[in-house]
Structures are given as structure tokens and as C-alpha cells.
Write a protein that binds this ligand. Structure first.
Ligand SMILES: Cc1cc2nc3c(=O)[nH]c(=O)nc-3n(C[C@H](O)[C@H](O)[C@H](O)COP(=O)(O)OP(=O)(O)OC[C@H]3O[C@@H](n4cnc5c(N)ncnc54)[C@H](O)[C@@H]3O)c2cc1C
Length: 430
């Protein structure tokens, strides 16, 4: 019988204990590789967890300024009455269970030559491998009259869930009877393509009960949107879409719908076709780019997104750096994909530490959207990397707009969406 070393025994005990839900005790020595993850959101926490599940020999540090993470998936439900606490998590459980070093700070700069990060409080943190998942950056100055200050106070976006979600909910509740809410999606790509239309649909459903003469106007930077046929069919059935009595109206970019200017004092927006629209609530969603940190440190090479090798999500600009989630150059930006990318990076780092080549990744985006409490939709897309290019391998959509009305399926897909959110939150933080 071969003898098992103390180190191997500890590893096995660690693996066994994690299967049972207890904390995993890493067995690394002083020379262990340091993996530093920037951003304790979906991409960052999935990378930390899955890297620990497959590797107990590395130091894992997560740098995140906020003590509570609020999930964006589900935050549209909060606008119409769900409790925000259902969508919030703290970091203690992940810290203990996966033996992470959590640093409550914001990364301000990266010295790639020294392999060192600098934080807002002046700390210097060394890394061997760096994973960046700081979410998107937002642009405010392409709409005249708008600013970050206004976006934090009166003309909200609620595109990072948390404080603004509750503020926007309160603005919706305070609307006068017969009031108007404007929702203005930015140009694609932005995080969660169906979410502005889902938001409009939810608020219209809420208004049918609480503010029956209220109206939503979607002022769009895009000529069309995902699940457009399904949403419009639903709005025709339920919201008198396309008639004088419609509680929801959509003005596409081809009709000049893009907002060019906002006047916060008079609560008006001007759109590309020259019209001025007055509203009681103005919800402008900013143009998304890579996070400012990535732009500042040259990882985007002057473009909007961080350039990556889709084979393992490594940066095309800097060695030993990986970029995932909404900041990475990936044509769709969702939490589902950020999580997939995190798992790919965890495996890629593990493979490198063992002098192995990373495998061939497949990225799946399972997009579950809702139009209301009785209408859910799904779109599953699978991507693969081939010869340096990202390719769509498969796309499956339900229900198709041509499918006959199936009440059971519509309800079932709402339950599926809610259940996915619940288990997804657990995958990220449990
Ligand atoms: C309304 C809405 C609904 C959505 N619904 C869905 C859905 O149903 N399904 C789905 O798959 N996706 C959905 N999404 C998209 C999803 O939330 C994002 O794609 C996902 O969060 C991206 O993960 P990430 O890790 O890139 O960013 P995040 O999850 O936003 O995490 C980024 C983290 O980095 C931190 N950070 C930022 N800068 C720094 C810094 N300099 N230093 C340290 N930390 C920093 C932030 O505080 C944050 O915690 C939705 C988005 C919105 C807005």
C-alpha cells in the first residue's frame, strides 16, 4: 500500500468537508501562488469559489468596497414590490467556507510590471494572477444635462442594483395618477439586454393595479430588442399597445427615440426626432463600457471593452491578467455568462499552475426574462471559441412568438425564471 502524505491527507479531508458544507482548509505554504480578484460580484465570487473547489494550494484574495452585494437579476421585481433583502448577500459565508481573504477597498491603479495593485486606502497588494470582474463603467456625458450626481439623486438609472433600486421604486410609487414614466435603454451592448423592456413591462403591470391611467414610454437607442415579438404581443393583449389607450409605448431609434438631452428641473427629455417629452419619472440607463479602472490602465486599448482571448478570458494586453463579466469584450453581457467565464478562468489558472493547457471552453447564456407575473421567456445560447474567434454554436428560444398560446408554459417559464434566480444566488454565494 502506498503511504499517503500528511499534505495529501489534509487535501482529501478538505475536499470531503466541503462536500459536506463545512469550511475548506487550504494547505498552502509560503510560496503558494497569489490569485487576486477585483470585484466581489457575480464574476468575482464565482471565480473565487470554483478556484477553491478545484485548488486548495492557492491564496485567494477578493477586493470589494461594498459590504453587501445586491443582485441585479431580480432587481426589476423590487421596483414593483419584492423585498430587496431577498436579493442581497454579505461576504462572511464565502470568506469562511472558501477561505478567502476579503479586502474591503476599491482598486485605484494597477502596476502590471510589479504585479501590484493600489487601493483607495493606499494599500499595495501583490498578485501572481489577477482576475478583474469590476462590472461595467457608465457614461453620463453623452446626454446633455445629465451627470453622475443627477444619476445618483433624481434622474436615476438603477443599473447597479442597491440604493438606486429603492429610490426608483419610491419615485414610481410617488407618481401622480395618470403620470408618465420614461425608460431609456442605451445602445447595445449593455448588461442584460432584455432588462429595460422587462422593467417597462413590470411597471406597466403594477400601474394597471395602482395607477391605471399611468403610462410608460420607452425611448430607445436601438432599432429593436431581444424578445421583441413576444413582448409586443403581450403588450397588445394586456396593455392596449398600439392604441390610444396604451399604457406602454415604444419609440425606437429609427423613429428618433434616443434621448439627447434631459432637463431635470422641468422633468423633460428631448429626443433625436426633436420632440420634447415631459415625465414624472425619468429612468435613463447610461451607455455601458468597460469599467473605468480597465480603461485607465490600458486594458481596453482605447476601445470600449477589455480585449480578451476567449479561449481562457486572459487579457490580450497584459500577462497573467484575466478579465471577465460585463467589462470583457463578449458580445452579450449577463450574470449567467459572467459566472461561466469565472469557471473557465478558475480552470485556466489551475491548469497553468499544473503546467497543463486549458481545455476548450463552452459558454452558455441561459437568459430568462419575464413580461409579467404570468409570462416568462427563455433564450439559451451557447458560444465557443474557434481559432481566436467567438462563435455562436447554438440558440434555443421559448416560447417562439409564432407558438400558439400555452398558458401552462407561460406560467411555467415565470416559475423557472424565479427558481433560476434563487439557485443562481446560491451558486454565487453559498
Ligand atoms: C436590471 C438588471 C437585471 C438583470 N437581470 C439579469 C438576469 O436575469 N440574468 C442574468 O444573467 N443577468 C442579469 N443582469 C446582468 C448581471 O447583473 C451582470 O451581467 C453581472 O452582474 C455581471 O457580473 P460582473 O461580475 O461583471 O459585475 P457585478 O456583478 O456588477 O460585480 C462587480 C463588482 O465589482 C465591484 N467593483 C467595481 N469597481 C471596483 C474596484 N475598482 N475595486 C474593487 N471592486 C470594484 C462592484 O462594487 C461590484 O460588487 C441584470 C442586470 C440588470 C441591471
Amino acid at each position: 500500500m502506498t503511504q499517503i502524505s500528511r499534505r495529501e491527507l489534509l487535501k482529501l479531508l478538505g475536499a470531503a468537508s466541503i462536500m459536506g458544507g463545512a469550511a475548506l482548509r487550504p494547505v498552502y505554504g509560503k510560496a503558494a501562488a497569489k490569485v487576486v480578484i477585483v470585484g466581489g460580484g457575480i464574476g468575482g465570487m464565482i471565480t473565487a469559489k470554483y478556484l477553491r473547489l478545484i485548488n486548495q494550494d492557492v491564496h485567494i484574495t477578493v477586493i470589494e468596497p461594498d459590504s453587501i452585494y445586491t443582485f441585479c437579476p431580480g432587481s426589476n421585481d423590487v421596483l414593483v414590490g419584492e423585498s430587496i433583502s431577498d436579493f442581497q448577500r454579505t461576504y462572511q459565508h464565502s470568506k469562511d467556507r472558501y477561505q478567502l481573504q476579503m479586502i474591503a477597498d476599491r482598486v485605484k491603479d494597477i502596476d502590471f510590471n510589479r504585479k501590484q495593485l493600489k487601493t483607495g486606502s493606499g494599500k499595495k497588494i501583490a498578485y501572481d494572477y489577477l482576475v478583474l470582474s469590476p462590472g461595467p463603467g457608465f457614461v453620463f456625458d453623452n446626454i446633455a444635462g445629465w451627470s453622475k450626481e443627477l444619476a445618483d439623486s433624481k434622474i436615476l438609472h438603477a443599473w447597479k442594483a442597491g440604493k438606486q433600486t429603492l429610490m426608483l421604486r419610491d419615485q414610481i410609487r410617488a407618481m401622480p395618477q395618470g403620470g408618465v414614466m420614461v425608460i431609456a435603454p442605451p445602445p447595445m451592448p449593455f448588461r442584460c439586454p432584455p432588462a429595460p423592456y422587462e422593467r417597462a413591462s413590470f411597471v406597466a403591470e403594477w400601474m394597471a393595479q395602482h395607477n391605471p391611467r399611468g403610462k410608460i414610454i420607452i425611448l430607445d437607442n436601438n432599432p429593436g430588442f431581444v424578445f421583441q415579438k413576444q413582448y409586443i404581443k403581450y403588450w397588445k393583449q394586456r396593455r392596449a399597445y398600439g392604441t390610444d389607450k396604451a399604457s406602454i409605448e415604444w419609440i425606437s431609434s429609427t423613429q428618433g427615440g434616443a434621448v439627447t438631452q434631459v432637463d431635470a428641473r422641468n422633468m423633460t427629455v428631448r429626443i433625436q426626432n426633436g420632440e420634447t417629452i415631459r415625465a414624472d419619472v425619468i429612468n435613463l440607463i447610461p451607455t455601458n463600457t468597460a469599467n473605468r479602472l480597465l480603461i485607465r490602465t490600458g486594458l481596453t486599448q482605447g476601445k470600449d471593452w477589455a480585449a480578451v482571448n476567449h479561449h481562457d478570458m486572459s487579457s490580450l494586453v497584459q500577462k497573467d491578467v484575466y478579465v471577465i463579466g460585463d467589462s470583457a469584450d463578449f458580445n452579450i453581457k449577463t450574470g449567467y455568462l459572467a459566472a461561466d467565464q469565472g469557471k473557465v478562468v478558475a480552470q485556466a489558472i489551475h491548469a497553468r499552475l499544473h503546467n497543463q493547457a486549458p481545455g476548450q471552453p463552452l459558454y452558455v447564456n441561459d437568459c430568462l426574462a419575464k413580461a409579467g407575473k404570468d409570462f416568462g421567456m427563455t433564450l439559451t445560447e451557447t458560444y465557443r471559441e474557434r481559432e481566436g474567434k467567438l462563435q455562436l454554436a447554438q440558440s434555443i428560444q421559448r416560447p417562439l412568438s409564432s407558438e400558439p398560446e400555452n398558458t401552462f408554459m407561460r406560467h411555467f417559464l415565470v416559475a423557472a425564471a424565479d427558481n433560476w434566480q434563487r439557485s443562481f444566488r446560491r451558486d454565487v454565494f453559498d
